[in-house]
Design a protein around this ligand. Structure first.
Ligand code: SAH
Length: 354
């Protein structure tokens, strides 16, 4: 980003100045900004450290800055959200509802495991894709998140856990590839300013025509996860109405291009809905479709949401599906959602608590 976009205005003693939320700016950009404010350049590095490492929420709290200047810039937004609601599941997963500066609420999840702290982040307020099994989709779409609102989620979890975030999954509310520019800016800053490796980031998309191909041109090292969820077009359209004009073959062609362009494999997410898409014939159809593809299938047993009455398959049914894929030499794993005890499926928390 540049340091000069007009995002909001504050009154300074002398004149009206235009200012950005500072979160998302690089050390170079912050240095230019402090100089523009009449401060020595080294304060840019200090500001960078306070924003990204110390997680400061107000410029007034940066104790290494001169008192008078702190007072002058106290109202300039850094771009942090506030925690509106927080719930901890017995397995240690923490779900947050974060309040944005305009009052909208988004969901973020912190998922601790022995060696990792993963954050599941949102990219939009709501989602326009309206997938039939998804609580977020049922709530409609409000707006894209700005890049600082994406980065903020990671800093919030880091601060709350008092632990460095190691992994990021773009699997919260929203469709990342409908907000590509801000997602790209956030990835860049999370990588360079927050210090998280691109290989530890996964961007999940339901697939929007041409967007995977465009995304690939950035040659990032992030993992692309594609929400396939069905082994054929008819079934996919039933679950994902937005898939209607975008045939599964075209989606897979773009995924193959992604592998060619980036050299990274794609992972396919496949929600398991009992009696709908989890039968052995679906597994073999899926396997045939993915034959020879450098990919990995992530099976996600359905997390019940209140608006629809799909059922999660039992363990035997899940294992039967896994077995067929393995027989066809497809790399597969089952992803059981964490933190279900506290607040049901993703997206459900916001619906319940807002
Ligand atoms: N829009 C993006 C990212 C957000 S959803 C996408 O579609 O990939 C992240 C993942 O959670 C997707 O694979 C989505 O299909 C899945 N998901 C949504 N609702 C779910 C539910 N009730 N149970 C299990 N997985 C769900």
């Amino acid at each position: 980003m540049s340091v000069t976009p007009v995002v909001s205005e504050v009154d300074s003693p002398n004149q009206k100045i235009t200012i950005p939320p500072l979160l998302g700016a690089s050390v170079t950009e912050l240095t230019a900004w402090v100089q523009q404010q009449g401060q020595p350049g080294y304060r840019g590095k200090q500001l960078h450290d306070w924003i990204y490492n110390k997680g400061v929420r107000s410029l007034a709290d940066i104790s290494v800055f001169p008192k008078q200047w702190r007072a002058e810039v106290a109202e300039i937004p850094i771009g942090r959200s506030t925690i509106h609601y927080r719930s901890v599941a017995p397995d240690g997963t923490v779900k947050y509802l974060l309040k944005l500066s305009d009052g909208f609420i988004i969901e973020t999840v912190g998922i601790p495991t022995e060696k990792r702290l993963t954050v599941c982040i949102s990219t939009q307020v709501g989602c326009p894709m309206a997938c039939d099994f998804c609580a977020t989709g049922k709530g409609g779409y409000k707006r894209n998140l700005a890049h600082h609102e994406i980065i903020d989620q990671v800093l919030t979890v880091q601060e709350d856990f008092q632990q460095r975030v190691s992994h990021i999954v773009f699997m919260g509310m929203g469709e990342p590839l409908l907000n590509t520019d801000n997602v790209l800016a956030a990835i860049k800053s999370l990588n360079q300013d927050v210090g998280i490796g691109q290989r530890n980031m996964t961007v999940s998309t339901v697939g929007i025509r041409d967007r995977i191909r465009q995304f690939a041109q950035n040659k990032l090292q992030v993992t692309l996860a594609v929400s396939l969820h069905a082994s054929n077009q008819t079934l996919r359209e039933k679950l994902i109405p937005s898939a209607h004009p975008y045939k599964i073959e075209d989606l897979l062609t773009e995924c193959r291009e992604y592998v060619e362009i980036t050299g990274r494999r794609v992972s396919f997410e496949y929600i398991l809905l009992a009696g709908v898409n989890n039968l052995p014939e679906h597994a073999s159809e899926l396997a045939k479709r993915l034959r020879g593809f450098q990919s990995h299938v992530n099976l996600i047993p359905y997390n019940p949401i209140s608006e629809v009455d799909y059922k999660r398959p039992n363990r035997d049914q899940i294992q039967a599906f896994v077995k067929v894929l393995k027989q066809h030499h497809i790399a597969v794993s089952v992803r059981y959602s964490r933190g279900l005890e506290a607040d049901a499926a993703c997206g459900q928390l916001r619906a319940d608590k807002q």
